[in-house]
Design a protein around this ligand. Sequence first.
Ligand code: PLP
Length: 485
Amino acid sequence: MKAEKALIHELSKPGRTAYSLPACDVPVVEHHRLIPSEMLRAEPAELPEVYEVDVIRHYTELSRRNFGVDNGFYPLGSCTMKYNPKLNEEVAQYAGFAKIHPYQPEESIQGALELMYELQRDLAALTGMDEVTLQPAAGAHGEWTGLMMIRAYHEKRGEVRAKVIVPDSSHGTNPASAAAAGFETVTIRSNEHGLVDLEELRAAAGSDTAALMLTNPSTLGLFEAQIVEIARIVHDAGGLLYYDGANSNAIMGIARPGDMGFDVVHLNLHKTMSTPHGGGGPGAGPVGVKKELAAFLPAPTVVKRTDGSFGLGGGAEDSIGRVKAFYGNFGILVRAYAYIRSYGPEGLRRVSECAVLNANYMMRRLEPYYDIPFPGICKHEFVLSGKPLKKFGVRTLDVAKRLLDFGYHPPTVYFPLTVEECMMIEPTETESKDTLDAFIDTMIRIAREAEEQPERLLNAPHHTVVKRLDETQAARNPVLNCSCR
Ligand SMILES: *Cc1c(COP(=O)(O)O)cnc(C)c1O
């Protein structure tokens, strides 16, 4: 048994420092001359006084408690936690990309501008759109940007359309973005196959419909085979179709939202294209639009001039304006560009084929042990229900906690809300069959334990630094200083 590590404030002794600086040889400016006095602390902050090595050990220890795709399998549905090739990290570090400044003259950053221009073209080609903005910093930000363009489009035509339709399986950001963009959301129930119910949609669509927001494949991992009819219903009512492409892992190089009838698309480069998702790090949620909406794009976009040079352009009178400082999170764009170019069109198609194959393989092997609410072929992810374990007093949450003991990040649980005791599993294309099999065997073992030793699950996790957390308190009353374990 490892001895408990002392917390950093327990190591504190007055006078210890982690650095040594030479004596100051420039005039000292008093704080209060630079900072208004009401903003200054009355007492010095109570920081631990420790040596450098203590600080290093403290933060290294904290970093080891993190779990990420580089530690192990992370089948978190609707998140695409896949391995991100390290080559693309290296490319993003090139000085010509990492050490430039957005205020530099355009002629000195032609390479960066060309990369952005080419990425705009590649993403347009991949999604079947005409024009793309790279500005939005996240998926939800892309949704909001797209909806603001939809709003501007209707206004320009002199129409007031206040409602955005979303299915009940939609990602929570969809209704939230619609509300943030000033729309009212109308939720429609899915049919018994987990798909859009055409009758519900027909009843909801009308002269007040601004747009339908749809994820296809849906968050249940199901492809809306009736998408052409869905698009017709919405367009006939005068509305537009918004494609939530946060997870494009299932369709790259196979199907394009633009061909399905969508007018606006956002992608999460920080899921599908070589940037890890989560942890609050920078992301990129580019938005593509059909030409009817191009005039409303945020400005600037990157343009290619007639002399072959690249520059910033757009920003005609109908533009919704700027949605992000400078041009978006450039480092993420570099990774995505490197990803697209290193795979090429065939490689991207193969990514999606393997992601879908892995999900179906896992679903079929788990079918005898858990409920499969929608038994057809799934796309890049699938949902299981832990309902059969309820008779042993075990719930999906217990399965998720038990998985931690085996070194796995649990799948997404209790989402989508439409499936009882839901687990949403996304294996991704970057895992080997060995990893998939090991996870499947663990899930089978847990299903057996539920029957034979349910207390193993109810008391899980057994081997983690912290056990079960009060998730409500953790969200409502977070304690974020170093004295908490
Ligand atoms: C992740 C996700 C989003 C939101 O993306 P963020 O970058 O987290 O804002 C939206 N829709 C779907 C379906 C998602 O999976």
